[in-house]
Design a protein around this ligand. Structure first.
Ligand code: ZN
Length: 387
């Protein structure tokens, strides 16, 4: 590659731009190099103007729970596989992605974490999320029951260390022996303790939040349902202002009315849209492995071959965003919070990504009038050139 001698300056003109302060019609976004230089009318003439009239520009999407895509797995793939998954989701607007593993033997997870940490180091991934093995056998979903274990803090620490500074989140069932101590440990280590695949009561869940848990792993899925005499984890996680709740907005994992209920209860600042995607996302139906488990994907719905549990999704975040603003009735600003701003804040990256503000990375998604994705820019480079 030839050395870059002058900073490329691009003005994206004419689009509706979704800023934290509100939606601007006919806005101008100035990109210099990898960064956003201005989100208002630029003073000087630029070298390159891209006309985006009729389009909407939103911040690049941030996915904190994702197991793969494009036929490739973050959970068990090689470095090339992982990059295939990253590229696939980038083409669907996810400019920042955390790689999620599934339950496996500790040494297998540690080996995969070492590989994932290299890709975090080189900037292709934003971190590692361990989903399992410290989860409840009663709510195991698509995880291999034989490999589940109680959250012994020594084991939790071992996995965090295997990530060489790249571990960002651990999903665990805090009601299991060692659960509360493990939540405390994770909070001390600066790693998100996420409550999920749990059979906890309402009271046990509040105890976990008091101990430092801050995320609900795919709220509603893989936990006891909300009942009027047994509110369970859902009520506790929705009501506590310290918690951000993950929601899978694919129309399969959650009924739209439940999504609306969660939004109304938690408020737009405490929701994070995730994909929980597996290899088939952006790829197609067929047979896949999810860690040690066999999965069949039919009509875009992933289920375990044995038992039929839902096994992740085939969702990409461009679809989640379109659903949010066209079917779920969310405002553009609320949808952007759930898909970019809030997850960026959870990752401690709010100063770099999550909104279209000067000084931040030029990570953005261009949508047409029907909210279909027509362009993606990451760090000032087009991943998908607007068409
Ligand atoms: Zn998952």
């Amino acid at each position: 590659m030839a050395p870059v001698t002058t900073t490329q300056r691009t003005v994206l003109a004419g689009a509706r731009v979704v800023l934290p302060s509100g939606v601007v019609e006919g806005g101008r976004l100035t990109v210099e190099g990898a960064r956003i230089a201005a989100n208002e009318a630029a003073e000087r003439e630029s070298t390159l103007t891209v006309d985006l009239a009729g389009h909407t520009v939103v911040p690049g999407f941030v996915d904190i729970h994702n197991h793969g895509g494009g036929g490739a797995s973050f959970t068990s793939g090689t470095a090339d596989d992982i990059l295939t998954g990253v590229r696939t989701h980038r083409e669907h607007g996810t400019t920042t992605v955390v790689a999620s593993t599934v339950t496996n033997a500790l040494d297998v997870l540690a080996r995969q974490a070492a590989l994932l940490s290299e890709l975090v180091e080189q900037g292709d991934l934003a971190g590692i999320h361990y989903e399992g093995p410290f989860i409840s056998p009663c709510r195991k979903g698509a995880h291999d029951e034989a490999l589940l274990r109680d959250p012994d803090p020594a084991d939790v620490r071992k996995l965090v260390e295997a990530g060489r500074g790249a571990a960002r989140m651990v999903t665990l069932a805090a009601e299991l022996p060692g659960g509360i101590d493990s939540v405390r440990l994770l909070a001390d280590l600066g790693v998100i303790a996420a409550i999920g695949h749990t059979d906890a009561t309402y009271e046990q869940t509040l105890e976990a939040v008091d101990a430092g848990a801050t995320v609900a792993t795919h709220l509603f899925n893989a936990m006891p349902p909300l009942q009027h005499r047994a509110p369970g984890p859902i009520a506790a996680l929705l009501e506590d202002e310290r918690v951000t709740v993950e929601l899978i907005n694919d129309g399969t994992h959650l009924h739209p009315a439940v999504l609306e209920l969660a939004f109304g209860s938690a408020g737009a600042d405490r929701v994070a849209f995730i994909t929980d995607a597996m290899d088939a996302a952006g790829f197609g139906d067929g047979h896949y492995d999810l860690g040690p488990m066999k999965v069949e994907v039919l009509d875009g719905v992933a289920r375990l071959v044995e038992g039929g549990s839902i096994a992740g999704s085939t969702l990409t975040l461009d679809t989640a965003f379109k659903r949010a603003v066209t079917l779920d009735g969310l405002s553009l600003n609320d949808a952007v919070k759930a898909i970019s701003t809030n997850p960026a804040r959870l990752l401690g990256l709010a100063d770099r990504i999550g909104t279209l503000e000067p000084g931040k990375d030029a990570d953005l998604v261009v949508l047409d009038a029907a909210y279909d994705l027509v362009g993606v820019m990451r760090k000032g480079e087009w991943v998908v050139r607007p068409h």
